[in-house]
Design a protein around this ligand. Structure first.
Ligand code: SF4
Length: 431
């Protein structure tokens, strides 16, 4: 049997798709590169924004047309958050939420023995445990992603994730060590820890800083943190991760707004001043750190003055990169029914202004790297005579290929000589 996977959304979704693929392969399935050849298609959905839903619907219909006879499994956040809507989608044969994916093989076997529509969405309870899935790290990559936490307890007023992912829960620390050891033994040199609210990792008295230390002890020369929420990064956690030389100085911390009035309306657990203090605390311990963020425009009630505050705030923090989103009302979230919804035209104007500022700040950050020597994990040879990789601060770096020798998977010092195409160029030190 051939299986084809199609993934939308975040890194956690990508990791889970890798795990589901590994699960099917362990049970005799082979992976197909195209839906046309597939007997089974698994579409892993995202529902963070309305556009995520429409991308899912488009993909579902296209996959059904491409493979009229395949069994289609629609899984992921859309199904978990909106089961009634998902149940109305005739293209999907099996509907599976964000839990119970470890039973995917059994579910498929039962379907194939007795084809009938299966609706397998399990409501979350506060006692749910972290669901372990097989490691699905792709050997074609040089960096391995490890999901160690799931769910979120925050219920920010715009966010559908707690409804799609349930309460915060963590992989048991011993299992985290075993999985990290397996990935290291498989030859990965960089491990990226990811979760839905990663900084909330907690297992048997261990927290995120302990996981970072464990990965470094195993031998990973680079340990990278996935997306973070501000309120989990206490000075104590920062002190302990700063003691781990393998920790990559790149922090993607979602701020969402630079206006206290809006942060309050979002039920975010920090003020602008507290976020700026966090940024200063990070830079005190990691002077060349890359601080990147997610920021939203057009939250209900946001005025031009609020937006102006956000523009000033991001310039004070000097982010190395900003992902700018327009507020997207999500059914069943508090903000969706809030008064003073901002017109799409205004959201777009504000998002464009922030994005433009983001480009300027990105360039300034990259220019600040010129003249420095950074360690680059090389990922691939670019046909055009270059080696390509990422520095510890996650800036993309390319160096000329002067001897045709592959550098893939190696970490080498590179002297940065310039900025180009949103990345850095340089020369391998000592060559
Ligand atoms: S902390 Fe993040 S994942 Fe949790 S509710 Fe808020 S925005 Fe959503």
């Amino acid at each position: 049997m051939q299986a084809y996977f199609y993934t939308l959304g975040c890194k956690v979704n990508t990791v889970e798709t890798g795990s589901m693929a590994a699960l099917l392969q362990q049970n005799g399935y082979t992976l197909s590169d195209t839906p046309e050849q597939a007997d089974v298609i698994v579409l892993n959905s995202c529902t963070v924004t309305a556009s995520g839903d429409s991308r899912m619907l488009k993909a579902l219909r296209r996959l059904r047309v491409a493979a009229p006879h395949a069994v289609i499994v629609l899984t992921g956040c859309y199904v978990q958050a909106f089961p009634d809507e998902a149940a109305k989608l005739p293209e999907a044969d099996i509907l599976l939420g964000t839990a119970n994916r470890s039973a995917l093989c059994t579910i498929l076997t039962s379907y194939l023995q007795n084809p009938h529509r299966m609706m397998l969405m399990k409501p979350f309870t506060k006692d749910d445990a972290f669901e372990s899935l097989p490691l699905g790290a792709d050997a074609l990559h040089t960096r391995a992603f490890l999901k160690i936490q799931d769910g979120c307890d925050r219920f920010c007023t715009y966010c559908i994730i707690p409804y799609a992912r349930g309460r915060s829960r963590s992989q048991e620390i011993g299992e985290v060590r075993r999985e990290a050891e397996t990935l290291f033994a498989a030859g990965f040199r960089e491990i990226v820890l990811c979760g839905i609210n990663l900084a909330c990792y907690a297992s048997d008295g261990a927290d995120l800083a302990d996981v970072v230390r464990v990965c470094a002890e195993i031998g990973f020369p680079r340990v990278r943190l996935g997306s973070l929420e501000p309120d989990g990064l206490t000075p104590d956690v920062l002190d302990r991760i700063a003691d781990v030389p393998a920790l990559c100085p790149q922090f993607h911390i979602s701020v969402q707004s630079g206006c206290d009035r809006i942060l309050k309306a979002m039920h975010r657990h920090y003020s602008c001043a507290e976020f700026e203090t966090l940024a200063a605390e990070i830079r005190k311990r990691f002077p060349n750190a890359a601080l990147t963020t997610d920021i939203m425009t057009g939250f209900p009630g946001e005025t031009d003055e609020d937006h102006a505050e956000t523009m000033e705030f991001v310039q004070r923090v000097r982010f190395a990169q900003m992902h700018v989103f327009r507020y997207s009302p999500r059914p069943s979230t508090k903000a969706a029914d809030a008064p003073c919804q901002v017109p799409e035209r205004v959201k777009k104007l504000r998002a464009d202004a922030l994005a433009e500022l983001g480009v300027q700040m990105r360039t300034a950050f990259l220019e600040s790297c010129v003249g420095r020597t950074v360690n680059v994990l090389f990922e691939r040879e670019r046909g055009s005579g270059f080696h390509q990789g990422h520095a510890e601060n996650y800036a993309s770096v390319r160096v000329p290929d002067i001897d045709g020798e592959s550098r893939r998977g190696r970490i080498l010092p590179v002297k940065i000589t310039g900025v180009t195409e949103g990345g850095l160029v340089g020369e391998i030190d000592g060559l």
